[in-house]
Design a protein around this ligand. Sequence first.
Ligand SMILES: C[S@@+](CC[C@H](N)C(=O)[O-])C[C@H]1O[C@@H](n2cnc3c(N)ncnc32)[C@H](O)[C@@H]1O
Length: 390
Amino acid sequence: MSFTQNNTAHKTLKQSYESAQKIANFPWSFWPECFSNENTTEPYCVFSDQKFAGGRGIFIVSTSAMAYELLKKPAFSDPDALQRINQHDNPPFVQHEFPGKGRGLIANKTLHRGDQIFASTPLLITNPDAYLLSEPERLKLAHRGVDTLPEKTQPLFWALLDHFKGDPVDDRINTNAFEVEVSGHTQHVVLPEIAMLNHDCRPNAAYFWDEETLSHYVHATQTIYPGQEITITYINNERWRSKRMANLKENWGFDCSCSSCSAHPSFVAESDQRIDTIEELAAVLNDWTPDSRATPEIAEAMISIYEQERLFASLGVAYKHAAEAYSSFGDRYNAIKYASLSVELTMLDKGFRDHDVKEMKNMAKEPEMTWSWNKRAGMKRFTTSCGHAH
Ligand SMILES: C[S@@+](CC[C@H](N)C(=O)[O-])C[C@H]1O[C@@H](n2cnc3c(N)ncnc32)[C@H](O)[C@@H]1O
């Protein structure tokens, strides 16, 4: 079905609702409002489904093609797909006010590595290309979207932080949106539960986006004790403190006050050095040429540095390096050990459908059948002397 600015213009909310209800099997609760201009190749519209996720509702600001692509996802088409999502009764956390950071969540019971903290569907999905519209038109779509959310869901949107104090809807979206992929396209989503989690450069929880259920999952990546704040990262943390702080300031508008950003300069220097070492070791381990100096010991060193740096979610990457390094020397049981660890951690960070997870699952079952098996057999593994004659 195609929507144009002409067939959607100037309808009140009530008129849009009535127009949508007149058409049998129309998937949206309101007739979409659309805008286009000389910069756009197709109109951008607001599509709203109040029945989505058992009545939590959702609105999508995008092209008709993307909205109908989303409709094909099990989240919309399979009534059982969201059975374990949006279960927010008896949560393992309580809200707390943190000086300098605003609201955040603290654990109210012990959470172990791998425990799910919550999984939820977004209130909205917006296409970043909607910025091709003029500002007033883009804002009109966003405002219409919020007005079309079910009455009981709207307070969840209005309770979100508006950090920049500009347009009240746009500001809440910009302060809280996460970038996700849908069918190979970047989209922005807002999830009110995850939006209550503050950033930490050394977080104790990780999240991933599942395209099929259009849901964000959050899990503990280490033990979190009652009273401890639950944190996630908003950025890539494998960078120097100065780069992390600049990124958070530029894209999120705040000065990070996490412990690794507020440490004494000499501790920061050590941490930055470890980040450099991780990068250097990764380059060695990624070298699969006959001249490679990669050994399992180098992967073990990398694991140790990740642990020192408390980059627990990223440990899945280091375990993968170790599994491949052991496999490349034909060491079956160490390959299995580290492949299993990699599956456990990577599932929390990249999701259960991730390519690396599948690869490591295969390695954990039959390392001999993987591409890296015995690849470095016969190559020098240990450096036992300092190179001098004694
Ligand atoms: C997604 S919200 C997180 C919840 C927010 N604290 C609230 O009260 O709704 C993101 C905002 O929280 C604050 N924030 C999150 N992590 C922070 C940190 N490590 N240091 C300082 N402020 C932080 C910033 O104002 C940021 O724009």
